[in-house]
Design a protein around this ligand. Structure first.
Ligand SMILES: Nc1ncnc2c1ncn2[C@@H]1O[C@H](COP(=O)(O)OP(=O)(O)O)[C@@H](O)[C@H]1O
Ligand SMILES: [Mg+2]
Length: 404
């Protein structure tokens, strides 16, 4: 009994602090969900909140293999929908039936899970619910009581402060992937580099794609950048189907929408720094002034140098200026600091972060470095061609504060 009380008090305290500190509802809920999951040894969870219309629930935080942030479900439908109407917790013991596992979990050989939904309930009504899941062990009555009481604390806070729907959540996605698969034929072997990936990328977010070498990050980025087509599945751009574009449509999309930053800089060796940037400006609809772009990355003095006369870090800064100068909606950076030493890499990240912020573009950065992912608003973890989890980062760090 004593253990139960102290775990509850500890968790409740943490949750209250997190709600107090958070600058938006989604940040607060994301932090609370992580604390609850840690306290109750859950590897998976989500928080659903009544949307403004009142008859749907909106997923505003999640942990683990779910990827339905921004998804809506009808109230009354499914366990989450029922918990939010009745205000009563729902509890499912996994048992022998493996039907509760997601594809990712089943492939990973995880044992069946137990699931729990607790309402976000105050005296005035039910605002939504928290869903928790864990493998191997069932929830004890104490676990369920802790979850229910923490749910009430969260609900009180939402009631008091009101719910601000983070733009992330309600904003229309720039790009959506639905069950996208990409296979490569390699001799008589088929390599499934991307396996039924679903993902939304929102306007103005900084999204990190994190995963070990071979996990499918570059394959995903190439599809986002329309340098490649999916084998199966749907891709939507601004809500319109773009799953099977023609070569011309792909070129046009890359030209008008995307700025690339590669690990290997890819500058034209026969053009100066300034000319490399101007060159891209010429094929853009609304280019930024090349000199201005170069000054944004702090290289005005090197305008007339050829790439061979620039250090690796300086070349990458030119590449960043080149990407920004197109005024693209989406900047894609694949391991942009992997070829650089620590200090230079950090400098380049700072330049990238500042330049992207100034331009108002969305940045998708691919990295295998968990430290670098801390600059992102959202982090996607990949493994074996699948998304393992999406995490909203309540406090993205300035690149200057990273160390690895
Ligand atoms: N063009 C290709 N032909 C065959 N296999 C490929 C090709 N590109 C990637 N792969 C394979 O797909 C998987 C994912 O690769 P990739 O997306 O490059 O991963 P990451 O960028 O995370 O290192 C790997 O097993 C890789 O060997
Ligand atoms: Mg790669």
């Amino acid at each position: 009994m004593k253990d139960y009380e102290s775990l509850f008090v500890q968790t409740a305290w943490k949750i209250m602090e997190e709600l107090h500190r958070a600058s938006s509802t989604a940040e607060g809920l994301s932090a609370c969900l992580n604390s609850l999951c840690e306290a109750l040894s859950c590897d998976q969870g989500s928080v659903w909140v009544s949307d403004s219309s009142g008859d749907h629930l909106l997923s505003m935080a999640e942990r683990g293999s779910a990827y339905h942030i921004g998804m809506r479900i009808e109230k009354g439908k499914g366990a989450a929908g029922r918990a939010a109407i009745s205000g009563e917790p729902i509890y499912i013991n996994g048992g022998e039936d493996r039907g509760l596992l997601t594809d990712v979990e089943r492939d990973a050989g995880l044992p069946e899970k137990a699931l729990l939904w607790v309402p976000l309930r105050t005296r005035h009504g039910v605002l939504g619910c928290v869903q928790l899941g864990r493998h191997d062990t069932d929830f004890t009555p104490d676990d369920r009581r802790i979850a229910a009481r923490c749910g009430s604390i969260i609900a009180l806070d939402l009631e008091e402060k009101g719910i601000d729907f983070l733009p992330d959540v309600l904003r229309r996605p720039l790009l959506s992937f639905r069950n996208v698969t990409r296979e490569y034929e390699n001799g008589d072997r088929t390599i499934r580099a991307l396996n039924r990936v679903s993902l939304d990328i929102y306007e103005k977010e900084l999204l990190a794609i994190l995963g070990e070498s071979g996990s499918g990050k570059s394959t995903l980025l190439n599809l986002i950048g329309c340098m490649d087509r999916p084998t199966e599945g749907q891709i939507l751009v601004d809500g319109k189907d773009f799953s099977a574009p023609t070569e011309d449509e792909m070129t046009e999309y890359r030209r008008s929408t995307i700025g690339f930053v590669f690990q290997s800089y890819n500058l034209m060796p026969t053009l100066t720094a300034l000319e490399n940037i101007r060159f891209i400006g010429e094929i853009s609809d609304k280019p930024m002034d090349a000199e201005e772009a170069l000054s944004l990355v702090g290289l005005s003095e090197r305008a007339n140098h050829f790439p061979s006369a620039l250090s690796g870090g300086q070349q990458q800064r030119v590449a960043i200026a080149r990407a920004i100068a197109k005024s693209p909606r989406l900047i894609l950076a694949d391991e942009p600091t992997a070829a650089l030493d620590y200090e230079t890499g950090k400098e380049v990240l700072q330049v990238l972060q500042a330049a992207v912020k100034k331009s108002g573009a969305t940045l998708v950065i691919v990295t295998h470095n968990t430290e670098i992912a801390k600059i992102a608003n959202r982090v996607i973890r990949m493994k074996d061609g699948k998304i393992l989890g999406v995490h909203i980062n309540p406090n993205p760090l300035p690149a200057s504060e990273l160390s690895w």
